[in-house]
Design a protein around this ligand. Structure first.
Ligand code: AGP
Length: 614
C-alpha cells in the first residue's frame, strides 16, 4: 500500500504535496518523492526514508520556481528494495512524463521485456516504471497523451491508482483507478487527487470517488471522468464530514478495526500474481521458488514469535497433512538456545510481519550457519529477515499499524495455504485443488460479507462478558493454533488473562479452572470430521461443571447450540481455510472487549509493534 497525492491550481505546489504526503505516511513510509514543473521542465526530488527526509531534501535544494501540476508519493515497497532510485515518481526516457502509482502491476515483467526490446531505458527495479514507459511508447507511435494513457491502461493487469503529469500538457493531470483507492478533491479553481481522504482534508471536503476501471482528467477548473472505453461519466462530489483523526483510519475508530476489515483486501493482494488462472494453479516461480529449492529437503523448521508463531503452527497441519514432510514449529526465543538438529537437508522458514524481530533473526542466522536453506514470509519488503533469506515470500498485506497483528496473520496463513497447494502440484503432480483455488479467488468477497455480519453478533456477546478477568480458549487440530491466537489477542489488547489450550488437554489439568464466571470459548468445525465430535465432548465436560460456553462453530451445529450460552456460526468452507474464517470473530471479540474496557487498542501497554530486542 502506498500513498499518492496530486495538485493542479494556483497554490504553491510543494507545500500541498508535502502536507498531503505527511498525512498519508501511515500507508507506507520506506521512501518518498515529489515531481512538479520548473521553467517548463519536469523536476523530481525523491529519497529513501520518510516524508521528513524528503522535506529536508526539498528545503536543502529549494527550487526557485516550482509550479503545479505536481505529484507526490510515499512508498510501501512491493517490487524493488527501498532506495532513492526505486522511490516514485518515475519518468519516461525523455523526461517529459512523470507517474506515481499505488498497487501491483502483475504483468510488469512481460511489459518491461517488450519495452526494453524497443530501447526504453529503465532506472529502477519497480513494477511502476513500466507504466510511464508504456505511455511514452504510445506517444512515440503518434497517439496524443490522452489516447496513449488509455491504451497503456488497457495493457496493465493488476491493481493501480495512478497519477501522471506531462511537461507538454501542464493544463491537466491524468488519473486512473483499478482496485487501489484514489479520490478526487474538488476546490475553487484547483483540484486534487489522493489515495485517501486525510491528505485532502486541509484543502477541501468536496470529494469525488473514482471506481475501478475509471479515468479522471483534472484541470484547474473542471474534472472529467471516463470509463476505459472513453465514455464520459457524470458524477457529483460529496461533502466529507470526517475529522482528520478518523479519516486516517478510514472512518474506523482504531487502526486495528480498520485492519480487520482490510483483511479481504489484504487477501486479494496476497493472491495477486500467484494464481495462474488459465491452469487454475498456484505459481511462485516468479518469486524464485522452483522445485530445485525443495529438492533433498527432509525436514522443515518453522520459527517465529507471537502471532507469527501461530501461523507456523497452522502450517504444520497443512504441510504434514498434504505433503508428508515432517514439520517442527518453534518459538524463536527457544529455538536459538536449544541446539536444534539442522543440516543441509533442512528447510528453515522464518515468519515475521516486521521482518525485524530479534529472536527470529537470531534463529535464522543460526539455521543458516548450520547449513539450512532459508525461506522467509515477511510483510515488510527489504526488512532484515527478508534480506538474509535465500527466498522471501511477501504477504503484501500493506502496513500494519496496530500493535496487534491481524491482517498480516491472515496473509501469512494464506501464503502457507498457497505454498501447500504449490508443493503438492510440484512433488505429487496432484492438482486436486482446482475447486479450492476457485474458492480462494472468491474468498475476499465472502470474508467481507462474513466480517460485517459476524461483527454485529460479536458486539452483543462482548457487552455480556467484558467484565471477566479470566477466559479459556479451546480448539483441536488446525483450530488449536487459532485458540492460541484468540487468547493472545484478548491478552494483549484487553489485558484479560486468557489461556489457549488443545481441547483434548482439558482433562489433564485446566478443567480444574472451570467456574461459573470463567467463560470457555470453544472452536469446532464440522470440516474436521471426528475432531468436531471430540471437541463437543470437551465442551460438555465444561458445561457439566457449570462453566459457560461461548461456541464458535460451523453453521447449524445444533449440538453446540444446546449447551452454549452464546453461539457464533461460521460458514462452511474447506479444511485449509478454517483458520482464516475462525480467527476473524476472535479478533473482533478481543477488539470489542478491549474497547468496552477502555483499553488503548492500537497501542496496548508494555507492547511494541516490532520486538527488535531479545
Ligand atoms: C501479535 O499481535 C503481537 N503484536 C506479537 O505477538 C507479534 O506477532 C510478534 O512480536 C512477532 O512479530 P513479527 O511478526 O513482526 O515477527
Amino acid at each position: 500500500m502506498c500513498g499518492i497525492i496530486g495538485y493542479i491550481g494556483e497554490r504553491q505546489v510543494l507545500p500541498v504535496l508535502l502536507e498531503g504526503l505527511r498525512r498519508l505516511e501511515y500507508r507506507g513510509y520506506d521512501s518518498a518523492g515529489v515531481v512538479f514543473l520548473e521553467n517548463e521542465k519536469i523536476k523530481v526530488i525523491k529519497v529513501k526514508g520518510r516524508v521528513f527526509n524528503l522535506a529536508e531534501k526539498v528545503f536543502n535544494n529549494l527550487p526557485q520556481n516550482p509550479e503545479a501540476p505536481g505529484l507526490g508519493h510515499t512508498r510501501w515497497a512491493t517490487h524493488g528494495e527501498p532506495s532513492d532510485e526505486n522511490a516514485h515518481p518515475h519518468l519516461d526516457c525523455q523526461r517529459k512524463l512523470a507517474v506515481v502509482h499505488n498497487g501491483i502491476i502483475e504483468n510488469y515483467y512481460e511489459l518491461k521485456k517488450e519495452l526494453l526490446k524497443k530501447g526504453h531505458k529503465f532506472n529502477s527495479a519497480t513494477d511502476t516504471e513500466v507504466i510511464v514507459h508504456l505511455v511514452e511508447d504510445y506517444v512515440n507511435q503518434g497517439l496524443d497523451l490522452r489516447s496513449a494513457f488509455f491504451s497503456a491502461l488497457k495493457k496493465l493487469k493488476g491493481a493501480y491508482a495512478i497519477g501522471l503529469i506531462s511537461k507538454e500538457n501542464p493544463e491537466f493531470i491524468m488519473v486512473a483507478r483499478n482496485q487501489s483507492p484514489v479520490i478526487i478533491g474538488i476546490g475553487e479553481k484547483e483540484n486534487f487527487l489522493a489515495s485517501d481522504i486525510p491528505a485532502l482534508l486541509p484543502f477541501t471536503k468536496n470529494i469525488l470517488f473514482l471506481n475501478d476501471g475509471e479515468i479522471a482528467i483534472l484541470y484547474k477548473d473542471k474534472v472529467e471522468i471516463y470509463d476505459l472505453e472513453g465514455n464520459k461519466i457524470e458524477r457529483n462530489p460529496i461533502v466529507i464530514s470526517w475529522d482528520l483523526a478518523s479519516a486516517e483510519k478510514g472512518g474506523f475508530p482504531h487502526f486495528m478495526l480498520k485492519e480487520i476489515y482490510d483483511q479481504p483486501d489484504a487477501i486479494k493482494h496476497t493472491l495477486l500474481g500467484r494464481i495462474d488462472l488459465d491452469n487454475q494453479e498456484i505459481d511462485f516461480l516468479k518469486e524464485g521458488l522452483g522445485k530445485e529449492f525443495f529438492e533433498n529437503i527432509e525436514k522443515i523448521f518453522i520459527v517465529a514469535c507471537g502471532t507469527s508463531y501461530h501461523a507456523g503452527l497452522v502450517a504444520k497441519y497443512l504441510i504434514e497433512r498434504n505433503l508428508k514432510i515432517p514439520v517442527e514449529v518453534d518459538l524463536a526465543s527457544e529455538f536459538r538456545y536449544r541446539s536444534p538438529l539442522i543440516n543441509s537437508k533442512t528447510l528453515f522458514i522464518a515468519v515475521s510481519q516486521s521482518g525485524e524481530t530479534a529472536d527470529t533473526i537470531a534463529g535464522l542466522r543460526l539455521a543458516k550457519e548450520l547449513g539450512a536453506k532459508i525461506l522467509s514470509i515477511c510483510n515488510v519488503l527489504g526488512s532484515t529477515i527478508a534480506r538474509e533469506s535465500d527466498i522471501v515470500l511477501y504477504t503484501q498485506a500493506g502496513p500494519e499499524i496496530s500493535v496487534a497483528s491481524t491482517k498480516a496473520f491472515v496473509s501469512q496463513v494464506l501464503i502457507f495455504i498457497l505454498l501447500t497447494f504449490y508443493l503438492k502440484k510440484l512433488f505429487y503432480n496432484k492438482n486436486d485443488n482446482k475447486e479450492k483455488i476457485e474458492a480462494l479467488i472468491k474468498l475476499p468477497h465472502i470474508l467481507k460479507e462474513f466480517t460485517e455480519k459476524v461483527h454485529s453478533e460479536i458486539k452483543k456477546i462482548a457487552q455480556k462478558w467484558y467484565h471477566i478477568e479470566n477466559c479459556l480458549y479451546l480448539g483441536r487440530n488446525i483450530l488449536y493454533p487459532i485458540a492460541l491466537e484468540g487468547a493472545l489477542k484478548l491478552k494483549e489488547i484487553a489485558y484479560i488473562h486468557a489461556e489457549g489450550y488443545a481441547a483434548g488437554e482439558m482433562k489433564h489439568g485446566p478443567i480444574a479452572l472451570i467456574e461459573e464466571n470463567i467463560p470457555t470459548i470453544v472452536l469446532s468445525a464440522k470440516e474436521t470430521g471426528i475432531i468436531y465430535e471430540k471437541t463437543l465432548s470437551n465442551a460438555e465436560e465444561v458445561k457439566s461443571r457449570r462453566g459457560p460456553i461461548i461456541a464458535f462453530v460451523s453453521e447449524a451445529s445444533e449440538e453446540f447450540n444446546k449447551i452454549a450460552e452464546d453461539y457464533i456460526e461460521i460458514p462452511l468452507t474447506f479444511y485449509e481455510f478454517l483458520p482464516i474464517f475462525y480467527v476473524i470473530p476472535l479478533q473482533l471479540f478481543a477488539y470489542e472487549m478491549a474497547t468496552l474496557r477502555g483499553c488503548d487498542v492500537d497501542k496496548p501497554r508494555n507492547l511494541a509493534k516490532s520486538v527488535t530486542v531479545e
